[in-house]
Design a protein around this ligand. Structure first.
Ligand SMILES: [Zn+2]
Length: 153
């Protein structure tokens, strides 16, 4: 059975981005994680969450959990924020040090989430700065599900 680690960004004294009505990114991704935990129970996949409560974890701990679990895939869930109130949509980040290490995992997750939630597909982006992507040993992606700073409507 394939193994997936789902990392819920931020937590504890790290609230992440703060949206309208003082919504905290850490709480939104925790709510998404709790729902995914229920939904994935009936799937043929072994899932481990880096947290399912409101607690702080360092970035290196998050990567270590995935590596120790020998995950086949790693997905870190975040919510975007922007000062431009008109931006919307889902984007996904993948590690690249220049030699693009494209994995279909990022592309497919981004396309699927965009379709399911009928939100704009902002595509796959590359970074060599994101610690959880750099320090995990399996195909790893960081998804920014939508913008906490902006209303959907
Ligand atoms: Zn975040």
């Amino acid at each position: 059975m394939k193994r997936l680690v789902i990392d819920l960004g931020h937590g504890g004294n790290d609230s992440g981005a703060v949206g309208q009505n003082k919504t905290h990114e850490a709480d939104v991704v925790l709510a998404i994680g709790k729902e995914l935990n229920e939904l994935l129970k009936n799937c043929e996949i072994e899932v481990k969450f880096t947290r399912l409560e409101n607690k702080y974890l360092s970035l290196s701990e998050r990567a270590r959990i995935a590596n120790d679990f020998k995950a086949d895939y790693f997905l870190s869930i975040h919510i975007n924020s922007a000062s431009d109130k008109s931006v919307r949509g889902v984007e996904i980040w993948q590690y690249s040090n220049g030699n693009t290490k494209m994995n279909n995992f990022s592309k497919r997750v981004c396309e699927d989430i965009s379709k399911i939630f009928n939100s704009r597909n902002r595509g796959v982006k590359y970074s060599k700065a994101l610690s959880v992507l750099k320090n995990t040993t399996m195909p790893a992606s960081l998804i920014e599900v939508d913008f906490i700073s902006n209303n959907r409507s």
